[in-house]
Structures are given as C-alpha cells and as structure tokens.
Design a protein around this ligand. Structure first.
Ligand code: ZN
Length: 254
C-alpha cells in the first residue's frame, strides 16, 4: 500500500508527488464537550479514523495524500463546558488560508477540507471560496453525514435533533474506538425548541444557538440507542462514500 501521509515523506518525496490531479486533504477535528459519555476528542477521532479507513480503500494509483489533522477548530457553540477549546472564526480562517497558501507553494492544485465538526461548516464554505479566489486551488469541502444516506433506521426525533453526542456519533465511536465511550453514562436529551419553525441544522431556517441555551449536559440526542452494530452499518456506508468522493476530486475538471 502506498504512503498517504504527507508528514511521513521526505522533502524530495513530497516534491516528486504527481500533483496535477493529486488531492491534498486537510483533516479538521475539534476538541469539545460531547456530553458525559464521550471524550472531548470525538470529532478528532472521527476525522483521523474515517479518513485513514477511506484512504485504505482507494486504489494505489489514485493520487490522494493527507496532512496531519487540525485538532482544534471553531467550537465556541460549546463554550462554558469543560474540555472545550476553540479557535475564533478569524483565527481559523487565517490558519486555513495559510495552509492553503502553503499547499499552493508546494505545487498542489486540489485541496480537500475534510471536516468532522458541524460548527465549522458555514465558515469553511466561505473560506473555501476565498482560497479558490486567492490561490486558484480547486477546493472541496466534505462533511461525513452528507457523504452517504444513513443506512440505519432512526426515530424521527433523533434524526432531526440528535446532532451532538447522540445515537449517530456514539454508535460510530462504539464501532471505531469503544474505549472513548463511557457506557455507564450514556445520555438521552432532546432540547425544547422555541415554538417557531426553526431547526438546529440541516434546514433553511436555523438560529445561532449555544449549547448552554438548550442542553444542560451538552448532549443533543439519545445515546442509549447507540450500538457498535449501528456504527458498523454507518461506517460501511461512510467509508466507501468518502473514498468515492476523494476519487472524484482527482478526476474533477471544469
Ligand atoms: Zn461531534
């Protein structure tokens, strides 16, 4: 199997990479509270492990390489809970712009922002366009739940409100790294939203919530639904979904 981690190559090896179609992936994690039952590096574990498992599915001739993960990002919606660390929007924008400039200076032409933290999505969309305009790089943004339809039957309330440390994330972690889950502290909590047609995410009408506005323990969703089997079923859809999307980046052309 070929080396996919740029950090494990020498300078001449990086120089020799076929960059015209090749994609460089910046994995973006987070360090933030995930309720009483999951560790604060949950999104970082996902960004690392899902990516490495997807890269392992790619044929050797598909030119995709990854950078080390950015461990802290824009998590200030979880401000006030122990274990949450964050970069401001201005700082994260500047960090990604600088990494993109470095990628361009290294000769890369395609950059993938592989992000496993929902709170980064709006910012990354905007930064991606700035990177494209300033550097000419082709920029792609991937977020796990959008890569493959959820193959697991999920109650409607969980599907709309289970956005943080609920069934989806807890199941995935039980499948990937069960030592990160405190099975004796599994939490179920659904926020009571104001009586107006607004959602937390994924729809056209949302609002700028902070977790402490809505969830005393930091959980949104029912982690007691989670099992390793549900996680495995989701991984079986997500990993090929990510591999397919990465392959598509290397073939993309206007
Ligand atoms: Zn998370």
């Amino acid at each position: 199997m070929i080396e996919r981690h740029l950090a494990r190559m020498t300078s001449p090896e990086v120089a020799a990479l076929p960059k015209e179609r090749g994609a460089l992936v910046l994995p973006i994690g987070a360090l933030e509270q995930h309720g009483p039952h999951m560790t604060v590096d949950t999104d970082l574990v996902f960004t690392e492990m899902l990516l490495d498992r997807a890269l392992a599915l790619l044929p050797d001739e598909t030119p995709v390489w990854r950078l080390p993960a950015l461990p802290i990002s824009k998590s200030n919606e979880h401000i006030g809970y122990a274990g949450t660390f964050w970069l401001s929007a201005a700082t994260l924008t500047a960090v990604i712009m600088d990494i993109a400039r470095s990628a361009q200076s290294n000769g890369f032409q395609r950059l993938v922002l592989w992000n496993c933290h929902g709170g980064n999505r709006a910012l990354l969309e905007s930064v991606a366009r700035d990177v494209r305009a300033e550097t000419g790089l082709l920029v792609f943004s991937f977020f796990p739940p959008a890569l493959a339809p959820d193959p697991v039957a999920t109650p409607p309330q969980e599907a709309t409100l289970g956005i943080h440390a609920g069934d989806w994330e807890t199941s995935l972690m039980l499948a990937l790294c069960p030592a990160r889950v405190r099975m004796d502290r599994l939490e179920a909590f659904y926020p009571r939203l104001p009586d107006v047609p607004l959602d937390l995410e994924f729809t056209g009408a949302t609002f700028a919530w902070l977790t402490r506005d809505l969830s005393p323990t930091g959980t949104f969703g029912d982690a007691t639904l989670a099992t390793a089997e549900r996680g495995e079923a989701r991984l079986a859809a997500l990993e090929p979904g990510l591999a397919k999307a990465l392959g598509a980046v290397t073939r993309f052309a206007f």
